[in-house]
Write a protein that binds this ligand. Structure first.
Ligand SMILES: [Zn+2]
Length: 317
């Protein structure tokens, strides 16, 4: 089967035309050759050529959630053991929400909620106003039926026009998958109530881990990951979408420490569950690192991965 590809002629962040191909990668599912490109003006790294919208959508069918798609490190089908492995990730995300939002029981939307692991954890933690959004019909149905939480199946832009408002919007490992980050973040901005916060996680292309591994950074999976951000390019997108970019280093020390701890729980849990489901050497390495679970080692791991260096978003009051 031949998959249709498209090439981006200008940078989606700054419209610069100086784009340099850093490396080429063959897709695991499609066997097509994809480019990883860097914008010479703003430094944004993204996939081009990439799959067209229709070809891209076909990557998110049932096989993806069973670890048989473009990303073998996700294995969303074994829900019980996965929920256990991801408990630390969920606790870290909930702690981030508590650090960033002053409200005790905020209206929460989990964007790209998948099969609903975080929705369930939020309910268990006492949050009463929780909703999910998910593109995949397969995952949306599973999330709604196992958690009882309302799940909006469809894209974020469609939800944004309904007038719904949230105090906290979370997106765990979502923004690297979206085709148009600016449209996505404008949707987030519309959906946030004044003072509302946007928290998320994604790979940091300027993190030490990415820089050491270079072209072998395992996050480079261009059939699904279309953007590889860093603190500055994310700041650029957040601000273009009308949000305030809250850099972690601008926060008071107490909040920074709580966030660093939350990020270390997230990084450790992600290592653990990727280690459990990834095949071969990658799984072994991730599991081994995850075993070094004393607090200073966890903080070191999360600093090396660098996801905690990315800014959050806030809607101006
Ligand atoms: Zn650019």
């Amino acid at each position: 089967m031949k998959y249709e590809l498209e090439t981006l002629s200008v940078c989606p962040l700054c419209s610069g035309a100086g784009l340099r191909t850093v490396t080429q990668i063959q897709g695991r599912v499609t066997h097509e050759r994809f480019g990883i490109v860097r914008c010479e003006s703003c430094g944004l790294v993204f996939t081009s050529p990439r799959l067209t919208e229709a070809a891209n959508a076909s990557m998110y069918e049932e096989a993806y959630y069973k670890g048989e798609g473009f990303d073998t490190s996700v294995h969303y089908e074994s829900l019980d053991e996965e929920a256990k492995a991801r408990a630390g990730e969920c606790a870290g995300i909930i702690e981030k929400m508590r650090v960033m939002s002053p409200l005790a029981d905020p209206r929460v939307l989990d964007v790209g909620c998948g099969t609903g692991v975080l929705l369930q954890a939020l309910k268990d933690a006492g949050f009463t106003k929780v909703e999910g959004q998910e593109l995949s019909t397969y995952a949306a149905e599973r999330a709604a039926s196992r958690t009882g939480v309302p799940v909006h199946q469809g894209d974020l832009e469609a939800l944004a026009v309904t007038g719904a408002r949230y105090d906290v919007i979370n997106a765990t490992e979502v923004v690297e998958h979206v085709r148009d980050p600016l449209a996505f973040l404008r949707g987030v901005e519309r959906l946030l109530a004044p003072g509302g916060v946007f928290v998320y996680s994604t790979g940091n292309a300027r993190g030490l881990y990415a820089r050491i591994l270079g072209n072998r950074w395992p996050y480079l999976i261009p059939e699904g990951h279309l953007f590889y951000y860093d603190p500055q390019t994310l700041r650029g997108f957040l601000e273009k979408a009308g949000l305030e970019a809250v850099m972690p280093e601008s926060l008071p020390l107490g909040k920074r420490l709580r966030l660093a701890q939350a990020e270390s729980r997230i990084a450790h849990s992600q290592l653990l569950y990727v280690g459990l489901s990834a095949p071969g050497a990658k799984g072994v390495i991730f599991r081994t690192v995850a075993m070094a679970s004393i607090a200073p080692a966890k903080l070191l791991v999360s600093w090396v991965v660098g996801k905690g260096q990315l800014p959050s978003g806030r809607k101006r009051a």
